[in-house]
Design a protein around this ligand. Structure first.
Ligand code: ADP
Ligand code: 5GP
Length: 209
């Protein structure tokens, strides 16, 4: 019997500025088998972003069209813009046995928990309000008003952390990365993801007669 693998869903949420993109980039670089779920967004691309790599950048009108056609597995308004996950792309990747990683906000993750109950849902926490503020400032992608709004939202978002399967504090980046990596590896060893593994090994008994 050929070995079969079922892809897993790894959903990572965090208040903006916590370090989620940093950790996700590293995880994708170490594990090329992990496919990134590319979301649609109505926000403008940042300087280094490429359409079709970080996001599909679309208009409000196009976003409404996708919602009405029920293309989105989940969607949310985050910091004044719309974001959504394309369902067909996710189902395709899972059908190919690929693990799929989602970088989505907390509201979106809570919706996805209802659609894909067997996913692994990770909440990344900043060590403190002060550390989060410093990281947002250092990243330099927000004006003062946006930064204040993101800090205010973070408080409400952190109240939702208990509803996630895993909570990782991104204080020391190395430690947070190793914890995230451990979650991914443990999840990928679940029997559900490897339903024919033992049968494949048992077949070697038959080969010996
Ligand atoms: P997010 O994707 O969660 O919005 P980023 O990955 O863009 O956050 O990180 C925000 C800023 O914080 C970046 O400048 C990043 O280099 C920095 N950063 C990430 N993790 C840490 C950490 N553990 N300690 C200090 N700075 C960090
Ligand atoms: P940014 O604008 O900084 O790239 O992202 C802002 C927030 O939107 C982040 O928390 C990010 O995880 C979230 N986000 C990105 N894509 C999606 C998506 O498809 N759905 C939802 N609900 N949130 C998303």
């Amino acid at each position: 019997m050929p070995e079969m693998r079922l892809g897993l869903l790894l959903v990572i949420s965090a208040p903006s500025g916590t370090g989620k993109s940093t950790l996700i980039r590293r995880l994708c670089a170490e594990f090329p088998r992990l496919a990134f779920s590319i979301s649609y967004t109505t926000r403008a691309p940042r300087a280094e972003e490429v359409n079709g790599r970080e996001y599909y950048f679309i208009s409000e009108q196009e976003f409404t069209g996708l919602r009405e056609q029920n293309i989105l597995a989940e969607w949310a308004e985050v910091h004044g813009h719309h974001y959504g996950t394309p369902r067909p792309a996710v189902l395709d990747m899972l059908a190919q046995g690929r693990d799929v990683l989602f970088d989505i906000d907390i509201q979106g993750a809570r919706q996805l928990q209802k659609v894909f109950a067997h996913g692994a849902f990770v909440f990344l926490l900043p060590p403190s309000k002060h550390a989060l503020e410093q990281r947002l400032q250092r990243r330099g992608t927000e004006d003062r008003e946006t930064l204040a709004r993101r800090l205010g939202n973070a408080r409400k978002e952190i109240e939702q952390a208990v509803f996630f399967d895993f909570q990782i504090v991104n204080d020391d980046l190395e430690q947070a990365y190793h914890e995230l990596r451990a979650v991914y590896l443990a999840e990928s060893l679940r029997s559900r993801c490897n339903p024919t593994l033992a049968e494949t090994i048992l077949a070697t008994w038959d080969e010996d007669g």
